[in-house]
Write a protein that binds this ligand. Structure first.
Ligand code: CTP
Length: 462
């Protein structure tokens, strides 16, 4: 169980938390609870007259991580990484390469890890006491950070001439590496070859990121992932949470569609894709195989989700049809109801004295209705209803019109800020009634909806 007392947080973190909470219109306690909640932890809050303490079960509680620290300037970040891992309940056993000792001292690493630091392949004491085989056997995961070009080359060719490389060759455990090197080294054909070999061997990567290098004036791909990103990747690999949607396939749509007027102009809407993408990620976290058809959005693809990018409603319909059959279809996209009947092949030009062109519109296919009434209808079909008036009456009508089991209705009037915003207040309309959910972040809506979908797909039909 990890505890956070906001009063005791580092000044700069407290400041960042204060700004983040203010930006979202929440209290600092609420913000921390949400951040922890997003990590998937059940949290409890203890408030006294002088402080607020938030308790979260250590996400990595009892997990054993063998951390191999390579020789790079990024090695200093490993000190923070060790701290973050231990905060989450992990045991960290550090191994330093000889050259890494030039960047961080065994004393600092050992003090933070609260464990012995291993450095020698031929240490009489270590080999007798632990040995490289036992070091690997006693770990749940091996993490190499920073993974230098040299360490990656050794791993790819199977060299074992020091403790770190001998462990990596002798292990049957999963290995996660956080590469860090100069961009020219990262892009060198030799490193590219080694990367491909390691990926094929099942080695997992986190980073590197783009950014400034330690060498002045250098930037590009090669910065080691930040400690919290590495922690995130570790948590994902060691995730023991139940996967109630394992084996289930879910087809989704998200984002707007763009309907061209001519090669440079199009009709669109304000959908950002945030809600749909968050639902796709939440379903994937519960173990579902999620196939997402996304309209044009500026947000990144959700993690662990196969995404097909489309532009128009017709492309979206075709992609969805290709993905059926599935166990569920969750149609969140704000599909344009109409497209122009006469898309111009060339840019429409203004002509002096002529009136503005009149756009003639025709109806787009209704993708949700197509799925809801199709022969290969998934067991659960969920639609969204973005309304600006008569929310419930319109949503109820859509249940039948679209052949959906649930309609998630939300008020998208301009004043609500839902379209493009980070929060949402929804109602789940089913044939047996209406569930009203309070205003919450789109991530929370996604988590709750994913849990509800998991429960629905687990009920046995008789
Ligand atoms: N939808 C769809 N294809 C369309 C239009 C809508 O798949 N051509 C889906 C949306 O993804 C959403 C649901 O239908 O899940 C309802 O969308 P909405 O725009 O609210 O409904 P419409 O049928 O377009 O009704 P109206 O615009 O008249 O309210």
């Amino acid at each position: 169980m990890a505890s956070i007392t906001i009063r005791n947080l580092d000044g700069s973190i407290k400041e960042k938390l204060r700004l983040r909470a203010a930006a979202h219109g929440r209290s600092m306690e609420e913000e921390v609870r949400l951040v922890l909640g997003e990590l998937g932890n059940a949290v409890s809050i203890e408030t006294s007259a002088t402080s607020t303490t938030i308790h979260a079960p250590g996400a990595l509680s009892g997990r054993r991580i063998l951390l191999i620290i390579g020789a790079g300037i990024a090695a200093y970040k490993c000190l923070d990484l060790i701290r973050r891992l231990r905060e989450r309940g992990a045991q960290v056993r550090p191994v330093l390469t000889k050259a890494a000792e030039e960047f961080v001292t065994p004393l600092a690493v050992g003090a933070l890890a609260a464990d012995k630091v291993f450095t020698e392949l031929f240490s009489r004491e270590d080999e007798h006491d632990v040995g490289h085989i036992r070091l690997s056997r006693e770990a749940d995961l091996i993490v190499v950070a920073p993974a230098t070009a040299d360490l990656m080359a050794k791993m790819a060719t199977g060299l074992a001439n020091d403790l770190a490389s001998a462990i990596l060759l002798a292990t049957d455990k999963r290995v996660l590496i956080a590469p860090a090197m100069n961009p020219r080294m990262w892009n060198h054909p030799a490193t590219r070859r080694n990367r491909a070999v390691l990926q094929k061997d099942g080695i997992r990567f986190v980073g590197p990121n783009k950014g400034e290098m330690a060498e002045s004036g250098e930037s590009g791909d090669g910065r080691m992932a930040e400690p919290l990103e590495i922690v995130g990747a570790i948590e994902k690999l060691l995730d023991r949470r139940p996967k109630p949607l394992a084996g289930k396939t879910i087809v989704m749509t998200s984002g707007p569609t763009h309907e061209p007027i001519d090669p440079v102009r199009y009709i669109a809407n304000r959908s950002s894709g945030k809600q749909g993408h968050a639902i796709a990620a939440a379903l994937a976290r519960l173990g579902a195989t999620v196939r997402l058809v996304s309209g044009p959005v500026t947000i990144p693809d959700p993690e662990d989700v196969a995404v097909i990018h489309v532009s128009t409603a017709r492309e979206m319909r075709d992609a969805v049809e290709q993905l059926l059959p599935a166990d569920a279809a969750i149609m969140v996209a704000a599909v344009a109801d109409w497209r122009t009947a006469n898309e111009a092949g060339e840019k429409i030009k203004k002509k002096p004295g002529e009136k503005a062109p009149a756009l003639q519109m025709i109806e787009n296919p209704d993708i949700l209705a197509g799925v809801g009434h199709s022969k290969s209808r998934p067991r659960l079909v969920v639609g969204f209803a973005a309304e600006t008036q008569d929310l419930l009456a319109n949503a109820k009508r859509k249940l039948d019109k679209k052949g959906a089991d649930w309609i998630v209705a939300n008020d998208v009037s301009h004043a609500t800020g839902v379209m493009g915003g980070d929060r949402n207040a929804v109602r789940i309309v089913t044939r047996s009634g209406v569930e009203e959910w309070p205003d919450m972040s789109k991530e929370e809506v996604a988590e709750r909806l994913a849990a509800k979908i998991a429960a629905a797909l687990q009920t046995v039909e008789v």
